[in-house]
Design a protein around this ligand. Sequence first.
Ligand code: SF4
Length: 432
Amino acid sequence: MNEYDSNRIYDLTSAIGFIKTEKKEEADCFVLNTCHIREKATEKVYHEIGRLKKNFRSSKKPLVIVSGCVAQAESAEIIKREPYIDMVVGPQSYHKIGDLILKYERNKKKINETEFDVIEKFDKLTKISNLQNKISSYLTIQEGCDKFCNFCVVPYTRGPEYSRPFQQIIDEAKDLINNGTKEITLLGQNVNAYNYLDNNKSYKLSSLIRELNNFKKLKRIRFTTSHPSDMTEDLIDCYKDCNKLMPFIHLPVQSGSDKILKLMNRKHNKKFYLSIVEKLKKINEKIKFSSDFIVGYPEESEIDFKETVDLIKRVGFVNSYSFIFSPRPGTPADAKKLNDLTINQARLKELQNILEGFQIQNNKNYLKKKCKVLVENKLNSGKQYFGRTEYMTPVIIQSSKCVPGEIIDVEITSFNQKNLFGLCDNNQELVA
Ligand code: SF4
């Protein structure tokens, strides 16, 4: 979502005359769009500011703006601690960034803008064209979360669930498609909770997928990130008859232990999660899954950990993200006693080995077979292209004739854990 937000911040600043530069030393303004999910996010901002200060020691100080979830969480505190920062803008206020920059240029007074103006934000963003011209683009449809998992900061930094108006999203999708986009990933912190009410009619994520599926020039549809308890029947049904909806779902489970899921306040248990996986597989056997895992959550025992391992083996996730639990300030889990770090590290290693095994096996299964790849761009060598399979696996294609935006058959000749390598036409084999 930060990538989407950063692109929109660029659209908003270009509306007041700013242009992007690759030469950092020439910039008049820096926007650090931050994420608060990972550990030490705030410290990373201070380090980045330290680097800026050093680089601009003997030249004119640029305007320095910190936006995103760290800005929201730290608010005025961040300016107090680091006076080199001129402005703090929360993720639900960045639509004002153009006006705020102009205000700062007039008054030269520090600005702290961290209100939750999410409706106003999307009204404003709708009036400024989305200038993204990528083959694969993101489109935010929903923000915030009402689930309040005990380890997560999102409900505090992004605020309560908000679903953008249906037509607003469709109009933005049309802009993207007219700019050359062939694949749209619908975004939300809780994307499958999307629910927009208009004149007593309810529009769900499934309504959006079905509408987008009709756009002739659009080739692929994805969505992320989903919560298991919002995988409703209407959404599952889309996998039966929406041919552009890719058979790959990122469905975070976090743990396979019912005790830990309860302590996390995840609102689903292992049995329910597996029943969703089963329903999806039944409706479309091609579907594969990825997930997020938190290892070493407070009170996780060896038995709880083995429950997670069991779940991984039953689902066979093809790609996942896994981390040792680290507390986020202000969340209920922050007050809990941490588990032994050595045990946590050993568990993470074991879990990641199993996940890697599934990922490698999945890639190996492609060997000497043809797969459908959406070509995204040419690589620097000039004789290779980058694309992705239906399952998001990166593919390096040996060819001098690919056309970005086309879906082509690629014969896979080698692989490593994360990538596939292959041929189209009669070009030479690539070596991993
Ligand atoms: S559902 Fe996702 S975004 Fe919402 S609180 Fe839980 S982990 Fe955070």
